[in-house]
Design a protein around this ligand. Sequence first.
Ligand SMILES: [Zn+2]
Length: 293
Amino acid sequence: MPDALLAAPARDAGIAFVAATTTDLVAEIQRRHDLWPTASAAVGRLTTGAVLFGASLKGNERISLQIAGSGPLRTLAADAWLLEPETIGARGYAHNPQTDLPVDARGKFDVAGAVGSGSLQVTRSSDVGQPYVGVVPLRSGEIGEDLALYLAQSEQIPSVVALGVLANPRGIAAAGGLFARVLPGTDERTVMELEKRAGALPPVTSSIAEGASAYDLLLQLAGDWALGPIHRRNVRFACRCSREKVEAILLGLGADELLALTRRPDGTEAICEYCKQRYAFTPGEVEALRARL
Ligand SMILES: [Zn+2]
């Protein structure tokens, strides 16, 4: 079943529900970065969070999530944007992809231990205007709870965020997430009902591993709340890098640095930290760039 993102409002209450399956997306990231299990769980959760937050993206808008932590993963980043009106692209990485910690007392990945303490930054941007940036300290390091805390503190939106990645030695078995946010003007009782509902849900990954689709997850999340119109988007791995962007970075090094690079007999290589794509430049190609300055 391909990854999907479904969003729908509650028909008779001020809540917006979002559910996503991201198994293929997280598996692709795991393969590209050779993420070890705890790192897979952390990067997979953050990237799934970017996809869920991306449910409201329009046009050229992008959402970027960054964690700077004291744990062995150090920094984590993920972003999501629209590849086409009905397809969301996402990518993610960790500074230390080969991070793996023993599972905790409940047999769960110690994502909080791998992330440590630090901060979460959320950036909403588009091709025009200033980006909107919010930063909150990490509360749990489990990522889902931290994203909900961000929405509460920075955007005054009560929400529930549940993220899950099930990794095994062969790769990613299941990944996905749920997100419900309370719309402005909704009463406190609805917020409490939503929190109660979220607390009673089975783990997202158990449902996906048992074959649940994004639609099944959305129905699970909504429970007794009837849904309004459902908006569906495809989800897939993508990157924003290109040879032109790498050339611009090389040009930014300046003439002296480029001259030094032309003297490297094997040429110059740049690797995108998000997708691991290699961009190779022969000494002659670097010289041609230098000539543009
Ligand atoms: Zn890339």
